[in-house]
Design a protein around this ligand. Structure first.
Ligand SMILES: NC(=O)c1ccc[n+]([C@@H]2O[C@H](COP(=O)([O-])OP(=O)(O)OC[C@H]3O[C@@H](n4cnc5c(N)ncnc54)[C@H](O)[C@@H]3O)[C@@H](O)[C@H]2O)c1
Length: 307
């Protein structure tokens, strides 16, 4: 089952950053749109929790929003692409979950201050952060080559979104988590932060630095019952992937994973749910690879025909 069938009632996922239909509301709040017969926040593995997801308008973040909401969390779906966040939150509330949409540029501290205040006023303290936004667009990725060709403005931009964005999320949410008795921060990193490659130097460095941020936050706030972990995905099949990567290159990527497929957004969302929930209460400061075995071997020494 791919994520389109699993998430078939959310058609925008099939086309990535597609904006919602014109009927989507300007602002979506649970009280206005939740189906009255369902109070999903009363049960589930995240019952009573408030989750904020960055980059929640698309791909991994949109699936995480659905997964956390379906386990009882009240979900603040945030994205720089406000219509995309609205579409995700709108569908969640139609499905009977508790969700709201918020425009948030993770690189902008004033934006964080405004959104945290909005979410806390609506739901109370945020106790789960999925810090997931990154500049994944082809216009940035295609220019992020090797270090000799690095455009300094592009480097700064990627660091501002991917790295500063997560730092700001921690900065503005940890105090509320501590005061609430604890919380869980899950950062979307990447295997590219752990292994060398000949392109995407800025993106890879931002992910490696995020892994360090995880350990810093986990160390400082563990005794306050605030945990911090990262998930490092392998290659995940988001809609943009097939548009931007040629088929022969995709086959190479698939071959390098040990399982017979690329990753799915559900694979990452399930891991976020686990790390957000009490089931993982003894896990902190870890980078968990959800990568189909991509980093477990050396592809040149284990070509597909030999396994
Ligand atoms: N897809 C993969 O193969 C893969 C692999 C490893 C890691 N990741 C990571 O997974 C995360 C999600 O990526 P995805 O594949 O779902 O991509 P995506 O493009 O579907 O989602 C990224 C979202 O982030 C949002 N965003 C971009 N800049 C932002 C900003 N400044 N402020 C707030 N939101 C912003 C975008 O609007 C988009 O909705 C990223 O951190 C990415 O680096 C993805």
């Amino acid at each position: 089952m791919n994520y389109q069938t699993a998430f078939g009632n959310l058609p925008w996922l099939a086309v990535g950053h597609l904006h919602p239909t014109p009927t989507a509301p300007e602002a979506t709040h649970a009280k206005e749109h939740a189906a009255p017969s369902v109070d999903s926040s009363m049960s589930g593995r995240l019952a009573g929790r408030v989750a904020l997801i960055t980059g929640g308008g698309s791909g991994v973040g949109a699936m995480t929003a659905h997964t956390l909401a379906s386990e009882g969390a009240k979900v603040a779906v945030t994205d720089i692409d406000e219509p995309a966040a609205q579409a995700v939150a709108h569908q969640l509330t139609i499905d009977g979950f508790v969700a709201s949409a918020h425009a948030l540029d993770v690189a902008d501290e004033a934006s964080w201050i405004r959104v945290v205040a909005e979410v806390e006023a609506t739901y109370g303290p945020v106790t789960v952060l999925h810090s997931n936004a990154a500049p994944t667009g082809a216009s940035h990725m295609s220019r992020d080559g090797d270090v000799e060709d690095m455009d300094v403005e592009l480097w700064d931009f990627i660091m501002a979104v991917a790295l500063r964005g997560s730092m700001l999320g921690c900065k503005h949410l940890i105090r509320g988590m501590v005061d609430a008795g604890g919380g869980s921060i899950v950062i979307t990193s990447s295997v590219k932060g752990q292994t060398g490659s000949s392109y995407r130097v800025a993106y890879s460095c931002s992910k490696g630095a995020l892994d360090a941020l995880v350990r810093m936050v986990a160390t400082r706030y563990g005794k306050s019952n605030v945990r911090c972990n990262a998930i490092a995905p392998g290659i995940v099949e988001t809609p943009g992937l097939r548009e931007t990567v040629p088929p022969d290159r995709l086959q190479l990527l698939e071959d390098a994973h040990l399982v017979p497929r690329l990753g799915r957004v559900e694979d990452i969302a399930s891991a976020v749910l686990f790390l957000a929930s009490e089931e993982s209460s003894f896990i902190t400061g870890q980078i968990i690879n959800v990568d189909g075995g991509l980093t477990a071997h050396t592809p040149a020494l284990s070509p597909p025909g030999s396994r």
